[in-house]
Design a protein around this ligand. Structure first.
Ligand code: FAD
Length: 372
């Protein structure tokens, strides 16, 4: 059995955990242990779209120059409303967002964390928190290995519940997706299709390279049962992409994965622990975006523990500040996401897109989506 000692331990090496580790290094915190149940590089089921705010965060973390050569620039959006209106928005030459395959993005972030002094332990499946006197002091793996730490950042994403400060009510967006080579698509444009069969969510086409796209759907299950994800995805593909995929080759199988979220940004901390990223339910209620929120909350979590370790703040104050900063970063856009879900359901999106056919308000929907 192995035993690791750290000032800060992190469960999960997705965007949240790796951004936290890299930022801790930049803040001068030295004894950081990051564990993941996988070795890297590894795949993550994800559309891999990175918003303008996500790009800025990658720049702050000092990894944008490494990500950019692997990222496919997005300069426009095709939007289809539940009523069937179609709108194309193009933003000119500058890339407003990118798509970067998660196998690459997460590995770049991990390498930044390693270069900042983080110790990475692969194939460590965290199974149980270790608590002493009401405080989390570490965690154990399924194999019996142990990490002891003064502070733990919980960044295990949607499936992992180990060490969460609180088991809060979580809402679930279901998602299923696949990859295709040589599909027909307009270069440098993402597509979002708000079809009533997915209400209030959408299906998407995101180009990852000149020749490869990922296509997927997000939807909610009804309170009293489960929709058949594969049947729903098949119906969506037949309705919207039969032509575009006629001469395409599917790459690998379809993959499903839930996305968890909450409007409430609270109960993210308890003595010895902080939830960051999707572990803290910080994904966008309307778009299901979580890469930016993961990295940003990871950086805020790193700043909280760095301030405690350096003696600049006591723990209670630093944890309260972390929660306030997360609210400041995300609350408005999460509430905006709630308004947007309503717009999709009650015909408002059709109204807005109808208006945007007039040149004076042409970019209104693109702006609305980008500002979320
Ligand atoms: C189909 C789909 C499409 C999406 N598309 C987009 C998109 O285009 N853009 C966007 O911004 N967001 C998208 N999201 C959301 C985004 O993928 C997540 O919100 C984001 O990855 C959350 O980052 P995270 O670091 O919190 O968690 P994750 O990225 O989930 O990382 C968690 C890590 O923890 C590890 N782990 C889990 N349990 C344990 C354990 N017990 N012990 C050790 N390690 C553990 C996992 O192996 C993983 O590496 C999508 C999600 C899905 C499902």
């Amino acid at each position: 059995m192995e035993r690791y000692e750290a000032d800060v331990a992190i469960i999960g090496a997705g965007p949240a955990g790796t951004a936290a580790a890299a930022h801790l290094g930049a803040l001068g915190v030295e004894r950081v242990v990051l564990v993941d149940r996988h070795d890297f590089p590894r795949d993550k089921t994800c559309g891999s779209g990175i918003s303008p705010k996500g790009i800025k965060t990658l720049q702050k973390l000092g990894v944008w120059d490494e990500v950019a050569p692997h990222a496919y620039p997005i300069r426009g959006l095709r939007l289809v409303t539940p009523g069937g209106l179609e709108s194309w928005q193009s933003g000119g030459e500058a890339a407003e967002a990118v798509v970067c395959y998660r196998r690459i993005l997460d590995h770049v972030l991990l390498k930044k964390a390693l270069a900042s002094g983080t110790r990475f332990v692969a194939d460590f499946d965290a199974a149980e928190a270790i608590e002493e006197g009401g405080r989390m002091v570490g965690f154990k793996s399924r194999a019996g290995d142990e990490v002891r730490a003064r502070h733990t950042l919980v960044a295990g994403g949607s499936h992992c519940r180990v060490g969460l400060p609180a088991l809060r009510p979580r809402r679930v967006i279901q998602a299923i997706m696949g990859w295709w080579d040589h599909a027909e698509f307009r270069p440098h444009h993402v597509e979002m299709i708000f079809d009533r069969m997915l209400d209030p969510y959408y299906g998407w086409l995101f180009p990852e390279t000149e020749t490869r796209v990922n296509i997927g759907i997000t939807y909610e299950d009804p309170p009293d049962g489960k929709k058949n994800a594969r049947e729903l995805f098949r119906a969506f593909l037949d309705k919207h992409y039969a032509g575009a995929l006629a001469n395409a080759t599917q790459v690998g199988g379809w993959r499903g994965h839930p996305i968890v979220w909450s409007y409430a940004i609270e109960q993210l901390t308890a003595p010895g622990r902080i939830a960051i990223g999707e572990s803290g339910l910080m994904t966008h209620p309307a778009t299901a975006e979580g890469i930016y929120q993961g990295m940003r909350s990871g950086m805020l979590g790193a700043e909280a523990v760095a301030s405690i370790l350096s003696g600049r703040a006591d723990e209670a104050a630093a944890l309260a500040r972390y929660e306030r900063e997360c609210k400041r970063a995300f609350q408005l856009s999460f509430w905006g996401g709630g308004v947007f879900r309503g717009l999709v359901r009650n015909g408002g999106l059709d109204f807005v897109v109808g208006l945007s056919q007039q040149p004076a308000v042409r970019t209104i929907t693109a702006r609305l989506m980008a500002s979320m």
